[in-house]
Design a binder for this molecule. Structure first.
Ligand code: ZN
Length: 451
């Protein structure tokens, strides 16, 4: 058996690992390259395998850096099954469709403003292709065994987000684990990741390979911010990612108000995508920590604004109030309309709840700029800018190595580090080498592992 590292190696995006035996060929994860242009350009290169010779795809979870390339494979003729957990299929329905829509919009924008090198820029895939590609999905449960030719595999829960799985695969008398993205043991919402069984090889994620999470309680941090907002009577704007982060905020805010730790005020979830994800969230109660009552409360005590008209009507609401809206780094979405309206007001508070990539509006606001550009206009920033740490969906390196120690790995299990930037991969390699018995290396992009 051999494994080729087609993506998610030496970077955090584009996860794709090709597994080949004498009789079968499958792809583990099918992610988009994101971020820098030189990485995104890889999405346009020819796929190195004839799609007719690919038997199946297995997805660890729905984030686009693991699933977003499925419509490209579909466009290029792949019609095999895509195996994944039921929850991942539901989330992919939401995320892939939105991804297709955004790419159509981007192509239209580039065409209109004559940007880029193509006279008629094409989207990588459109919304329709993304929707059609959903016909390939075969949803399965955790621990349900599946056979593809001479390969057998099952999924086991990895925390992180709904449906997120580690994949345990067997063929030719060898067993390989693919960690997927590994959630936290103390996540606000999700259950802890399950330790791994005995393995010969493990492809291990390294997102936080060189970083440690703060020990500050996010619920307390959030309550402090809300209390200040209640006192000054302004709006609290929270840019948030639709999957996981928006639901964690919903739950923490509703809980703090129910327990009387913060004054009551209206909470709005102004993101059609996050609203759909919140609905899916309550369907999969076995994967998260909320009971039925907490789930109901999370949904019922937050006002969902689905239409553009409902979103615009928020401008007429009384203060103080809280608006959660996409996108998480303020790169797009409805949060921008609220920014235009409220950033110039010194009573407004903006709360960032996750990593802000360099160059984004979120990163600039955290740097303390006086104005940001939105839809071509410069908007003065007089609002207070706050950050909430502690809601990351990944374990840090200490918890990841604890997870490995709690697993049934053999001292000979070979660990291949993937899904991290250069410093994280190297930091984690050194940490594991010094603190665990396992042989460890950093997987190189394009390299082949003979198993
Ligand atoms: Zn993920």
């Amino acid at each position: 058996m051999k494994v080729t590292f087609l993506g998610g190696a030496e970077t955090v995006t584009g996860s794709k690992f090709l597994v080949e035996t004498d009789h079968s060929r499958i792809l583990i994860d099918c992610g988009l390259f994101q971020g820098y242009k030189w990485l995104r350009e890889r999405n346009w290169q020819p796929f190195p395998v004839d799609v007719d010779k690919l038997d199946a795809v297995i997805l660890t979870h729905a984030h686009l850096d693991h699933s977003g390339y499925i419509p490209v494979l579909y466009k290029r003729g792949f019609r095999g099954p895509v195996y994944t957990h039921h929850a991942t299929r539901k989330l992919c329905q939401i995320l892939l469709t939105d991804s297709g829509h955004i790419q159509e919009e981007d192509a239209r924008y580039y065409s209109k403003h004559k940007l880029g090198k193509h006279a008629h820029p094409e989207p990588l895939y459109d919304r329709r292709t993304a929707e059609n590609s959903m016909e390939l999905f075969h949803a399965i449960d955790f621990d349900e065994p599946v056979e593809i030719g001479d390969i057998r595999f099952y999924l086991q829960p990895a925390g992180h987000i709904l449906g997120a799985s580690s994949i345990i695969l067997e063929a030719e008398n060898k067993r390989i684990g693919f960690s997927g993205d590994v959630g936290r043991f103390d996540d606000v919402l999700m259950n802890a990741p399950r330790p791994l069984p005995e393995l010969d090889h493990l492809l291990m994620e390294s997102t936080y390979g060189n970083r440690q999470h703060d020990t500050i309680d996010p619920a307390k941090q959030l309550a402090d911010v809300v209390c200040k907002v209640a006192k000054n009577g302004g709006a609290l704007l929270i840019p948030a990612f639709s999957v996981g982060r928006a639901q964690a905020l919903q739950h923490l805010l509703v809980k703090a108000m129910a327990e009387g730790r913060v004054p009551k005020m209206p909470i709005y979830l102004d993101s059609p995508m996050a609203i759909k994800v919140s609905d899916v969230f309550c369907e999969f109660s076995d994967q998260h920590r909320l009971n039925a009552e907490q789930c109901d409360r999370m949904c019922n005590e937050v006002t969902y604004t689905r239409t553009v008209e409902e979103s615009k009507a928020l401008a007429g609401q009384t203060y103080p109030h809280i608006i959660i809206a996409g996108s998480g780094m303020a790169t797009g979405g409805r949060i921008l309309h609220h920014f235009k309206r409220l950033l110039g007001n010194s009573k407004t508070t903006v709360l960032f709840t996750g990593y802000q990539a360099g160059g984004t509006r979120g990163a600039k606001m955290l740097e303390g700029v006086n104005a940001i550009k939105i839809h071509g206009d410069w908007i003065p920033v007089r609002a207070k800018i706050e950050t909430l740490s502690g809601l990351s969906g990944h374990s840090d390196y200490l918890k990841l190595s604890q997870w490995l120690k709690d697993s049934d790995l053999k001292t000979s299990t070979q660990i291949h580090l993937v899904h991290g930037d250069a410093e994280a991969l190297e930091g984690f390699r050194v940490h594991l080498q010094e603190n665990t018995p396992f042989p460890v290396n950093v997987a190189e992009y394009g390299s082949i592992l003979q198993v």
